[in-house]
Design a protein around this ligand. Structure first.
Ligand code: UDX
Length: 449
């Protein structure tokens, strides 16, 4: 059992602190935001994440997890300090490390006994060394400490599951003592035979970017492949399925869509691009990934606008607002690009999302939030599926068709079958359904051959 302080009660910090408490450690999650800490003490989770509420409640009840705004006192009482504060991108795409160094200085000021400082939020390579230098510079006593990197690979919506049953755990440490403490903290996973990768701090820092940028590249690749499918009359779903059967490729992250969003991929690819350049290296695949993502978003928005303009649509229904299903996170969500663009063209937007409407209400203006998908579709001239929530996969499309004023459907996630939708009377637009488009144009030229 270790005494752990987790600084930052955002997504990463709260999931990490709660799961480490569940492993049997004593964890205090600290945050400067008094309101957030007050909420957490009352058992309210500040964001939507499946099963996190129950886990927080159980670990608080069993005395392993608590919340505080007193960072100095908590650091003094802890042996291990996890840094899980925000690292937003600045205007140039660089990760802003201001909050990370603030924690380093708080550790320096409260270095009353050996401490292990573990960097959890994603930071550019070299930050661990800078955190070490910052603590050395500001400490008032010559007490020994270590810095380590333990990147998270949590997906929103399944973060608890990802933490408790990860594909791997990465520890970057310079001292054997730091690696030993981390091994003890993660003992339950080691007993489950989770692969543990022990590296230097720099390698661990890079593993996180290498993994996220690779996944982002996979998404950009399939998105560009989808655009090519339309040019050559092929179907992206079939291409992706066949590609995915090659075990070296795999099926995951081969869903064409309106471009990746969220708190990680956009920020991490930009940061990797930036620190690669600073290291004198132009990472051309990452450059292309970012450019393709921007293009994909623009392309999907152009399709929506074309439908609005071509058919004189005034009322647009948007289904799904969060950047992906099972979360209320709106960071870098495609809906935030699409909706204002439609409004600039004079469209009135009605929207429904199973959990993200409260968050979205602070970020979008003049949107009418609806009670369900059918309410959103009522009187609409265009329906856009932005996020593939399960409930949007099983809609009564006959009913939707009846409720809409003009049956235009833009399916940004390729949930529905183009032919089936056209049989129901929709004008259907997806991504990469080139085989269908080709068949239609052949029919238009005198029947299928
Ligand atoms: C990601 C990483 O998966 C996780 O390991 C890391 O720690 C944090 O960043 P997350 O941002 O929660 O997790 O979402 P993820 O499921 O990876 O999706 C990211 C974006 O890519 C979403 O916008 C999603 O819609 C998009 N995506 C994903 C696709 O467009 N197609 C796919 O096939 C997969």
């Amino acid at each position: 059992m270790q005494r752990i302080c987790v600084v930052g009660t955002g997504y990463v910090g709260l999931v990490t602190g709660t799961c480490l408490a569940d492993f049997g450690n004593r964890v205090v999650c600290v945050d400067a935001d008094q309101q957030k800490i007050a909420q957490l003490r009352e058992g309210q989770i500040p964001f939507y994440e499946f099963s996190l509420g129950e886990l927080v409640e159980r670990n608080v009840r069993e005395g392993r997890l608590s919340f505080s705004t007193d960072i100095a006192r908590t650091i003094r009482k802890s042996k291990v300090i996890f840094i899980a504060v925000g690292t937003p991108s600045d205007a140039a795409g660089r990760a802003d490390l201001g909050q990370v160094f603030e924690v380093a200085r708080a550790v320096a000021a409260n270095l009353n006994s050996y401490k292990l400082v573990v960097q959890k939020s994603t930071v550019p390579v070299g930050t661990g060394a800078k955190v070490q230098a910052e603590i050395e510079k500001h400490r008032t006593k010559a007490v020994v400490f270590d810095v380590a990197s333990n990147p998270e690979f949590l997906r929103e919506g399944s973060a608890v599951e990802d933490f408790l049953r990860p594909d791997r755990v990465v520890f970057g440490a310079w001292s054997p003592k730091a690696a030993r403490i981390l091994t003890e903290i993660y003992r339950p996973l080691i007993l489950n035979e989770t692969p543990i990768i022990r590296t230097t701090v720099e390698t661990a820092e890079l593993i996180k970017y290498a993994s996220n940028a690779f996944l982002a590249a996979k998404v950009s690749y399939i998105n560009e492949m989808a655009l090519l499918c339309e040019k050559v009359g092929a179907d992206i779903k079939e291409v992706a399925h066949a590609m995915g059967l090659d075990r070296r490729i795999g099926h995951r992250f081969l869903q064409a869509g309106p471009g990746y969003g969220g708190s990680c991929f956009p920020k991490d690819t930009l940061a990797l691009q930036h620190f690669s350049r600073e290291a004198g290296f132009r990472f051309s695949v990452v450059d292309a990934t970012i450019a393709a993502n921007k293009h994909q978003q623009k392309e999907m928005t152009a399709r929506a606008i074309e439908l609005v303009e071509k058919t004189g649509s005034r009322e647009v229904a948007v289904l799904g607002l969060s950047f992906k299903p099972e979360t209320d996170d709106m960071r870098e969500s495609y809906a935030l690009k699409l909706i204002p663009a439609l409004q600039r063209k004079g469209a009135r937007v009605r929207a429904f999302d199973p959990v993200a409407m409260d968050t979205a209400a602070h970020l979008l203006r003049r949107v009418r939030f609806c009670s369900d998908s059918y309410d959103a579709a009522t009187g609409a001239d265009l329906l856009v599926i932005v996020t593939e929530w399960n409930e949007f996969r099983m809609l009564d499309m006959r009913k939707i068709r009846r409720l809409m004023a003009t049956p235009n459907l833009l399916d940004c996630r390729n949930i529905y079958d183009p032919e089936a939708m056209e049989r129901l009377g929709f004008r259907y637009v997806g991504i990469g359904r080139g085989a269908h488009l080709k068949k239609k144009s052949r029919k238009g030229k005198g029947g299928a051959r």
